[in-house]
Design a protein around this ligand. Structure first.
Ligand code: GRF
Length: 215
């Protein structure tokens, strides 16, 4: 069974979607640990409720950013974590962790990358005036939201959308595609060639998420 390590900074609704997918039997995996950089993260409550061990690890307790990510990598390796999930982890992960888990760290971003990387992807989409936005699950490299794309889901952007209304529409898709991407990984169906991720034996269903029916 695939061992996951989840890093989250806040609300943890994507973390919850992953927990629910495991508990329903959709995803054959186990969350070995939740690591957070925020002692007040609601994600901690979710971990406690589901009997998942959690650690609060603060950058200020380490001499450098590299040392912080080295310490996180050690905690993950200690628990034999195979795949690292960034579920609303509000920091740019540094080299020591990326090197410890090459193409083994997944992030979810609330925009259709490569559009609108960085913070506030939903607000950027509303302000730019795009008509379609969405979310992206990608492997993490050393850039900000630049790693190989695993799966995306699109949603419409309406004239009267606000950052909040678009965020909510996108979030519903996040909760679908993140567990799905992890499931593809767990089934050994993902391979990376350059910056292109291929889904082995892909079927029409694998692309459902790229064309969700408009609401
Ligand atoms: C999500 O919008 C995700 O795309 C972004 O941070 C937010 C986390 O939400 N990376 P939650 O903590 O999973 O509820």
């Amino acid at each position: 069974m695939l061992k996951l390590g989840v890093l989250a900074s806040g609300r943890g609704s994507n973390f919850q979607a992953i927990i629910d997918s495991i508990e329903s039997g959709y995803l054959d995996a186990e969350v070995a640990v939740l690591i957070t950089d925020n002692p007040d993260a609601y994600a901690i409550k979710r971990a406690e409720k589901h009997g998942i061990p959690h650690l609060v690890m603060l950058p200020k307790e380490h001499p450098s950013k590299d040392a912080y990510y080295e310490a996180i990598a050690q905690e993950l390796k200690k628990r034999e974590v195979e795949l690292v999930i960034l579920a609303g982890f509000m920091r740019v992960v540094k080299k020591p962790l990326i090197d410890a888990y090459p193409m083994r760290i997944m992030n979810i971003h609330p925009a259709l990358l490569p559009s609108f990387p960085g913070l506030h992807g939903q607000r950027q989409a509303v302000e730019y005036g795009v008509k379609v936005s969405g979310c992206t699950v990608h492997f993490v490299d050393e850039g900000v939201d630049t790693g190989p794309i695993i799966i995306q889901a699109a949603v419409p952007v309406y004239d009267d959308d606000t950052e909040e209304s678009l965020s909510e529409r996108i979030l519903r898709q996040e909760h679908r595609i993140f567990p799905y991407a992890i499931k593809l990984f767990a089934e050994g169906r993902l391979s990376v060639e350059g910056r292109v991720v291929r889904i082995e034996g892909h079927k029409k269903e694998d692309f459902f998420f790229t064309n969700p029916p408009l609401e």
